[in-house]
Write a protein that binds this ligand. Sequence first.
Ligand code: G4P
Length: 540
Amino acid sequence: MSQTAAPTNRPALPLEIARRRTFAIISHPDAGKTTLTEKFLLFGGAIQMAGQVRAKGEARRTRSDFMQMEKDRGISVSASAMSFDFKGAGNTFRFNLVDTPGHSDFSEDTYRTLTAVDAAVMVIDGAKGVESQTQKLFEVCRLRDLPILTFCNKMDRESRDTFEIIDEIQENLAIDVTPASWPIGVGRDFLGCYDLLHDRLELMDRADRNRVAETVRIAGLDDPKMEQHVPPALLEKLREEVEMARELLPPLDPARVLEGTMTPIWFGSAINSFGVKELMEGIGAYAPEPQPQSAEPRQIAPEEETVAGFVFKVQANMDPKHRDRVAFVRLASGHFERGMKLTHVRAKKQLAVTNPVLFLAADRELAEEAWAGDIIGIPNHGQLRIGDTLTEGEAIRVTGIPSFAPELLQTARAGDPMKAKHLEKALMQFAEEGAAKVFKPAIGSGFVVGVVGQLQFEVLASRIELEYGLPVRLEPSQFKSARWVAGPKDKVEAFAAANKQHIAHDNDGDLVYLTRLQWDIDRIERDHPEIRLTATKEMM
Ligand code: G4P
């Protein structure tokens, strides 16, 4: 089978851009995302020993998690990026791995992260199959037709039958699955995999977890060399299964992988470093190069000479000693060099990017240059918000980065009433970061804070205390839902004036209708056909 991605009718990219692969890993908690990330970095030469990323016994997390909160809770709250090179067959790829928060409460953040990548690696646990969070994240990828590569992990433990796993993915996720490798034996008897793409045998080394598997080149399954490595019973089963797989399952079609309708699956064991290299080679071969970015009034192509990029995430207080914020920018086109002056399209201002950061594995480094596909961090004092576009002058605006109406609302008051102004400032900062929605009601004092999942309230309260030294009281709100109000200006103004007790403004100053009941929303839509109450708004 061919080892190159499908030809497209787009122009060839400059080599520096063409070698970039920007992707995220999606998985259910515990499937092995952190372990796989460590091994990626290890094989990418970014770290010497996997243990540097996660000290044994310590709470599970890679160094990509920066904040105290995450350390305390052992969850990955924020998404961040890691860049590293990988020498694949015939090419050295630059991988940009964008980390997604694993907890379901942070789905909005995850959604936006997925707007910054060109592909996703889906990790599933071989014993558990497709779990709830995998399914949810997959649906998000599908909304964007993202190409997906699958890694079935933990094959060193008792796992399900290979056909059963493949069937489950096909049925639950409605995507065709094509095996890139086939496992030999399970659990204690797991020997390794037969590489269906290259006709080779990959044997797992149980003694050294950081060693790459031994590769045995063979001429197909009937090669007598197989018998030297695989016991007769396992070999017979392997031959039968591969024959059946080749009959029943579709062959790898790179074009369909790029469309997002087919996923190749590799089997392995991240903790034993097994199957990881093959997966990385697969990312190089089948995940797409940096893709064009939807924008208005025109699309941005990665090969354009001028630089354009957009903010998909803002993280405040990454270093508690310095009140800095970092805007994570995905470069959509061009060749960026440190010191460049870029136009902040929304603010119509110039921004000199003097100290951009590249996230190289465990460390942040100054980015001297970056190319389309890369993620850079731009420290700033609040000028850059999620959804902002940076260009070399052209008034172009990246589209498709949504903001979702929160599903849970609470009121926020300062523990010390003298500190109300300080609280407002802190809340606004978190709102800009995308950590919560903050609504200022037209009547009364205090704020209504909205989030997608309960855990976000806790995160918010502890961050306000930790980062601003402000005790905050979050209490149940009389409101249960929020909707943005859209429509002709005069109608919207009249509607707002007549419904003052329900009206608030979000942190961008946009009008919001707060309500207790869903039927209230239905009633308004019926009684005021010119008014639209929307659950999403595009960040701009
Ligand atoms: P996550 O980020 O997706 O939540 O998963 P993580 O990598 O932290 O892995 C979850 C658990 O699964 C960890 O065990 C990890 O060591 C284990 N694991 C990962 N890959 C494999 C594998 O290929 N085979 C086996 N058998 N286990 C694997 P833990 O006991 O929860 O943590 P730890 O004490 O090992 O750090």
